[in-house]
Design a protein around this ligand. Structure first.
Ligand SMILES: [Fe+2]
Length: 184
């Protein structure tokens, strides 16, 4: 599935602009992670873009059904390993624990986009291009900063053999390259 196909599918189900931007950011990060790891770039990008496709459908049931609904939507449209990773990015659904490289990359990658965006927002120009990797690492340690961003999930980068410093550099550069599209 191409990036454009993934995006238009996403937009059928997600209307919130910030959520769409979060999904685009996740797609950009996943693309670069796939490149780094020698995986399928287009598939990983699609998984990043589509991982929250059911978020507006599940409403208050987000803890339980987020991911499960996505599987129904994406069935026959996306490779099974991508659907499985999308399902497993919501650990509250209790489907199965994350185990594959794809699982960990998606969970860590989509989560760090929130920290990067929040870090950019405290710069005077609010631009992701102003952000340095060391600022992200510093914010990572401040528990009260963007408190909803789960640091443990970001640390799953180590399970795919990418240390936090490098993971941060890859993710930040992916978002900087997509800055225009992200409005950041
Ligand atoms: Fe997400």
């Amino acid at each position: 599935m191409t990036k454009q196909e993934a995006l238009s599918l996403l937009k059928q189900y997600v209307k919130n602009e910030n959520m769409i931007r979060h999904c685009i950011a996740s797609g950009a990060v996943l693309y670069d992670l796939a490149q780094k790891l020698g995986c399928d770039k287009e598939l990983w990008q699609a998984a990043g873009i589509l991982h929250d496709i059911d978020v507006e459908l599940v409403g208050d049931d987000i803890m339980k059904n987020h991911g499960t609904k996505a599987r129904e939507i994406l069935k026959d449209k996306l490779d099974e390993q991508a659907i499985a990773a999308i399902e497993a990015h919501n650990e509250h659904a209790n489907i199965r624990a994350r185990s594959t490289t794809f699982d960990h990359a998606l969970a860590a990658g989509e989560t760090i986009t929130g920290l990067i965006t929040a870090t950019a927002y405290v710069y005077p120009d609010r631009k992701v291009s102003s952000v340095k990797p060391k600022s992200i690492i510093k914010r990572m340690k401040e528990k009260n900063f963007a408190a909803s961003v789960n640091r443990n999930t970001i640390m799953e980068c180590e399970k795919i053999g990418i240390p936090l410093q490098e993971f941060t550099e890859i993710s930040l550069s992916a978002m900087q390259n997509a800055a225009e599209e992200l409005g950041l």
